[in-house]
Ligand binder design. Structure first.
Ligand code: ADP
Ligand code: AMP
Length: 219
């Protein structure tokens, strides 16, 4: 009788574990758009109202660049200054580590806004190789904004950001990288109906009203 009870419980353990692991599978929204489109600004507002953790690929790379003893610091620095896309092995490991640490600290934090990723084919392939079976990509939030507006915003930000790439020379390269490498990735997701496009050329609150509507509907 007791043996039978144990057998029943043990039979249920794997399926329970499976269900818990599914419940906690990271849920990801990729956030894309040109440099200065307002990705970081909107992500901060989302975090205030929804249970999302904001991970910016650019911020993670800048933090790694600044980390004492980092083997990739100099390489990251050169890529950022040139507006080029850092090799995916570096970026994906930083993202994976940040996601794991967030979930270890608080198991209820399994929804992520991944801002500035995937920025090119290499990023996308890296994600598929390392993360596809570990996380669900819900959709892509695309902040659509004219290049000139993006450049003006970054130049304005450059007055106080201290960023090595918020200057006209770097920005022209960043816009080229965006048009040549990132737009095709957005188009790819568009083909599978996964893109939610927001007109990001308007003021912060108007943009956020649309963002909120998307998240209220899709979680
Ligand atoms: P990204 O993360 O896409 O590079 P940011 O969120 O850092 O862009 O925004 C770039 C700059 O533009 C910042 O100085 C920010 O304050 C400003 N900004 C962001 N969204 C808007 C907006 N809707 N209208 C005007 N300025 C904005
Ligand atoms: P951002 O903070 O998003 O404007 O990114 C600043 C710079 O960081 C970019 O111009 C790239 O050099 C680098 N970077 C940001 N995201 C990525 C990424 N997903 N893959 C590689 N490099 C990136």
């Amino acid at each position: 009788m007791i043996g039978g009870l144990f057998a029943k419980v043990f039979q249920r353990v794997p399926s329970l574990l499976y269900r818990v692991s599914l419940m906690m599978k990271p849920q990801v929204v990729f956030v894309l758009g040109g440099p200065g489109a307002g990705k970081g600004t909107q992500c901060s507002k989302i975090v205030e109202s929804f249970n999302y953790t904001h991970l910016s690929a650019g911020d993670l790379l800048r933090a790694e660049r600044a980390r004492e003893g980092s083997e990739s610091g100099q390489l990251i620095s050169n890529y950022i200054k040139e507006g080029k896309i850092v090799p995916v092995e570096i970026t994906i490991n930083l993202l994976k580590k940040a996601m794991e640490e967030t979930m270890q600290e608080d198991e209820k934090k399994f929804c992520f806004l991944i801002d500035g990723f995937p920025r090119n084919k290499d990023n996308l392939e890296g994600w598929k190789k390392v993360m596809e079976d570990k996380a669900d990509v819900k959709f892509v939030l695309f902040f659509d904004c004219d290049d000139e507006v993006c450049i003006d915003r970054c130049l304005e930000r450059g007055k106080s950001s201290g960023r090595s790439d918020d200057n006209r020379e770097s920005l022209e390269k960043r816009i080229q990288t965006y048009l040549q490498s990132t737009r095709p990735i957005i188009d790819l997701y568009e083909e599978s109906g996964k893109v939610r496009t927001i007109d990001a050329s308007r003021c912060v609150d108007e943009v956020f009203a649309d963002v909120k509507a998307v998240l209220d509907k899709e979680g």
